[in-house]
Write a protein of this length. Structure first.
Length: 236
């Protein structure tokens, strides 16, 4: 863990529970592919960004908390996971660290989902000072200043959903979603996701979104078959 600047601890809204999990060889696993959609009014939303690493001309555009595709109403940055699986493929953390960059006072990407034990590299791509501030409970919180082209590396060991902020630019924030098993994915700009190598069985499939909350469905996985699942957020 890097050095500390100091912090005010604020408890996050969501905490993911630790679960027992046994690693096994999955020879007859199935897969889930699907889509997460938002069926509300699109007029006030930030729509159809080009991709994780492309920014609008200024940092004054609408925030990325609700990004919906014009093509199919697909919802970007929703995290889909199997919440009750107790055995499956190896929990392998990536040797190449996921990256969160700060560009034009914006964290890119806005949501990162990782397996517990993963190290994230956090960069400063702006020619100005930023801070990287986590408000966490199960992982050690930190608040670090960063300068242009500086890289800090932080490991997150416990399942939790953490908000990442910048104390200098108050509107700048992102989410780190830490999962206790490897069966998860984050939706792309058209709301699509895919989860593979799932042992046959019946599971709870959950989608989490920072603004819209959680949805759940039960899904049955058959050997070497693919299930197609759709989640739809509809405003009240």
């Amino acid at each position: 863990m890097s050095g500390f600047v100091g912090w005010n601890v604020i408890f996050p809204k969501y905490i993911l529970a630790d679960k027992d999990y046994t690693e096994v060889e999955v020879t007859d696993g199935g897969a889930i592919i699907g889509n997460v959609k938002y069926m509300g009014d699109l007029a006030t939303l930030s729509l159809n960004l080009s991709g994780n690493w492309e920014l609008p001309e200024t940092s004054t555009t609408a925030p990325e908390k609700l990004v919906v595709s014009r093509i199919n109403n697909g919802l970007k940055y929703a995290v889909v996971s199997i919440t009750d699986i107790t055995k499956g493929k190896k929990r392998a953390t990536p040797t190449i660290h996921p990256i969160i960059d700060q560009q034009k006072n914006t964290y890119i990407p806005h949501v990162v989902a990782i397996l517990a034990g993963t190290t994230i590299d956090i960069l400063n791509g702006d020619e100005e000072l930023h801070t990287v501030h986590t408000c966490s409970v199960k992982n050690q919180p930190f608040n670090l200043g960063t300068t242009y082209k500086q890289r800090i590396s932080e490991k997150f060991d416990s399942p939790e959903i953490i908000k990442l902020t910048c104390d200098i630019h108050k509107k700048t924030y992102a989410w780190i979603v830490i999962l206790d098993n490897p069966y998860f994915d984050t939706t792309d700009k058209n709301g699509y996701f895919e989860i593979c190598d799932i042992p046959p069985g019946t599971y709870k499939l959950q989608v989490w979104h920072e603004e819209l909350g959680k949805l759940e469905k039960e899904v049955t996985i058959h050997p070497k078959e693919t299930s197609n699942i759709e989640f739809v957020y509809s405003p009240n």
